[in-house]
Ligand binder design. Structure first.
Ligand code: ZN
Length: 90
C-alpha cells in the first residue's frame, strides 16, 4: 500500500522540480528508498517496508502523460525511514 502512495508523492515532488527548473523531459531519476511511515485509510501513522517492484509499477502508471513517461528509474533500497531523490539527469 505504501508503495503506491509513495509513488504519487515521488511524482508530485518530481513535477515540482521540473516546473522550478523548466525541464521538459527527464532521462534518469535515481531514488533512495527506506521504510515509509504514513497514515492512511483511517489507520494511524505506521511504517511499512517498500516493495521496489510495486513502487516501479506505481511510478510507471502515474508517470503516464507527464515529463517522466520515458524516464528510467533507478531505485536503491536503503536503511532508515525516508526516501530521497539522489540524481536527476535530463
Ligand atoms: Zn500502511
Amino acid at each position: 500500500m505504501h508503495d503506491f502512495l509513495l509513488a504519487k508523492e515521488i511524482i508530485d515532488e518530481l513535477k515540482k522540480i521540473v516546473v522550478e527548473k523548466n525541464i521538459k523531459r527527464v532521462k534518469n531519476v535515481s531514488l533512495e528508498i527506506g521504510t515509509i511511515s504514513l497514515a492512511h485509510d483511517g489507520h494511524p501513522e505506521h511504517t511499512e517496508d517498500i516493495s521496489v517492484e510495486n513502487l516501479e509499477f506505481g511510478l510507471k502508471n502515474i508517470a503516464k502523460n507527464t515529463p517522466f513517461e520515458e524516464t528510467v528509474l533507478k531505485i536503491k533500497k536503503v536503511k532508515g525511514e525516508s526516501w530521497k531523490i539522489t540524481e536527476i539527469k535530463v
